[in-house]
Design a protein around this ligand. Structure first.
Ligand SMILES: Cc1cc2nc3c(=O)[nH]c(=O)nc-3n(C[C@H](O)[C@H](O)[C@H](O)COP(=O)(O)O)c2cc1C
Length: 359
């Protein structure tokens, strides 16, 4: 049995399960494994290409798209963070769209464009992306961490939403709304737009809940980090099975609110600033107004980048170990195909059981 939803229909995939965007890390091997298993793989907004060393994100994106399409016949997507701190964001969108347009295989298989952490309008307003949208079946989704942000995505003409609750790992929002409430809110107001539920999902029971709440699929990050196929360092993966849900903390990173595993690095990081404070800091950096906060923010971004590379090399004490509360529900490192099969099987079981409650 398989689960047929508006997400499996929209993308022509077997299972309504996607891997999450997990920049600045490279997630090409993971994307391939997820797509091969019948899900929707995700190429992250990374600063690393195949050798894992630092490079320009636009160069990394093109190399990573080429690598993934060479290694799978499945469907996949990519993420671009449209934060105003993303350098050359419009160029990034243009170059990515043009790169996909130039390769017939990418045009057929790269069907999921996910933006996040900034404006939902940036991608649909881009001329090269418009051309790609007219000439392919690509769908544009944006991450919605609050109802008012879901409203903005709908107004921007998104094809779908990644509804992401605060329990999720890594980049989070100032809104701090849990996924359960958020999904209900978004479903009430926007019942028809396709939704991928994200943040805190690791099991079939969780997936069944998401489907009952109106989502057509789920995206998982932490669950897939702890897989045999992901390119995360073995030390990073090993953190997950013994960890408890309480072992993550929320801090302020260069790009805003982040949820990390509790370690030396995250404990030394600043507590979440107010949204207004952070926005003012970002604005001053972008407008080159205040030398002091520019330096602070540049230093914060530099420290995050160094810590991300430490993690890449396996230093999970001093590194940037982004994980969500779902780690409390993950007990084993398994292959991606095993994870997807088990989640689908258990979701079906949970849904069938729920039906027996009806008279
Ligand atoms: C290592 C890591 C990196 C992340 N980087 C990004 C990113 O670049 N862009 C983004 O939109 N979300 C990012 N996120 C958030 C995820 O896309 C997603 O919301 C989260 O993994 C969901 O929670 P889960 O880990 O419980 O599944 C990141 C999460 C992790 C764990």
């Amino acid at each position: 049995m398989t689960l047929k939803t508006n997400i499996t229909e929209m993308f022509g995939i077997k299972h309504p399960i996607a891997s999450s965007a997990m920049g600045p890390f490279r997630t090409t091997e993971l994307a391939i494994a997820v797509s091969e298993a019948g899900g929707l793989g995700m190429i992250s907004h990374a600063h690393q290409s195949m050798d894992g060393r630092e490079t320009d994100p636009i160069v990394a994106m093109k190399k990573n798209l080429d690598y993934v399409v060479e290694h799978t016949g499945g469907i996949f997507g990519f993420n671009i963070r449209t934060s105003r701190l993303t350098p050359d964001c419009d160029k990034f969108i243009s170059e990515t769209a043009k790169h996909i347009m130039a390769n017939p295989k990418l045009k057929e298989q790269c069907l999921y464009a996910l933006t996040s952490a900034g404006s939902a309008k940036r991608m649909p307003q881009n001329k090269d992306f418009q051309k790609l949208r007219e000439n392919t079946q690509i769908k544009h989704f944006h991450v919605a961490p609050a109802l008012w942000l879901a409203d903005k995505c709908v107004a921007a003409g998104c094809d779908g939403l990644v509804v992401t609750g605060f329990e999720g790992g890594g980049h989070q929002s100032y809104e701090k709304v849990g996924g359960l409430v958020l999904l209900q809110q978004v479903q009430q107001k926007h019942p028809d737009i396709p939704k991928i539920a994200c943040g805190g999902f690791a099991t079939g029971a969780g997936m069944a809940a998401a489907l009952a709440l109106g989502a057509g699929g789920i995206a998982m990050g932490s669950r897939f980090i702890a897989s045999k196929d992901s390119e995360f360092h073995e030390n990073y993966k090993s953190v997950v099975p013994p960890a408890k849900a309480q072992d993550t903390i929320v801090r302020t990173g260069g790009l805003g609110t982040i949820r990390l595993w509790r370690n030396k690095f995250s404990l030394a990081k600043g507590l979440v600033k107010s949204k207004e404070e952070k926005m003012a800091e970002e604005k001053s950096l972008v407008d080159h107004r205040s030398a002091i906060s520019q330096e602070d923010l540049a230093e914060e971004l530099r420290k995050d980048a160094i810590a991300a590379f430490a993690t890449y090399d396996g230093d999970v004490e001093n590194g940037y170990v982004l994980l969500g509360q779902s780690i409390g529900a993950i007990n084993q490192i398994k292959s991606v195909s095993d994870i997807i099969e088990t989640v689908i099987k258990d979701a079906e079981k949970a849904l069938k059981k729920a039906i027996t409650f009806m008279e």
